[in-house]
Design a protein around this ligand. Sequence first.
Ligand SMILES: [Zn+2]
Length: 235
Amino acid sequence: MSEHIKAVIRRNKARGRRCEVPGCYLPVQKIGRLCERHDGTEQRTGHHSGHSVRVKELAPYLKDASRYIKQHQHHPAIAEAIRRTAELVYGSRPRSVGQRHNATPHERIYGWLDRLEHAAVPAEELLSIVAAMFFYREDQPNAFRSDRHFRHQLVLRFLRKAPAPVAARWRSGEGGRRYDRITVATRDLLATKLENTIGLVSLRVAMVLHQARNPYSPEQNAAVRTPLPTSKETE
Ligand SMILES: [Zn+2]
């Protein structure tokens, strides 16, 4: 443990620092700004008060996104996004470098892409997941506490398309499937990669699908959000 970290721990302890989350008065865990519980949630979801997006939760959006992408797979924008997704997973890149315990975040991404490749997950399906996440955010912006929360959940849903590797002995020793933790640095890096390659097309698909579900124009939606006069003014 470095001298700097030791000093931070001593200082936090001496000051009796409290968790930064409003309404939470628990003391911070050793070196952070958050208590143990909120820090755990942030590590897991990308936000101290965020949640993990479940398969069921995304299902209605994924259904529409998959259908749309299948139907328009030969449209130049969709075709290019499918090609880029395929290139990411199946194209030329380092392989079998992600499993080392000291692997860098870049190498860990390659390890996760190896798993998607071994599972032969079609590029169309992976693109549909990304488009569905953007669609979900268009439809339910409050489901995501921050941009970071969204980006982390995007990566988690993308990578969970690969089946978990079988763990020979797990808990009671019966064996089963266990997901490895996807590190925070891996999520940040892959989110940027996904946004740079297929983010724009995914967002455009999301907006088309959202518009189809929502018959009002953006101007009409803005109109109903205009502040109303106070009751005094109406007297
Ligand atoms: Zn807290």
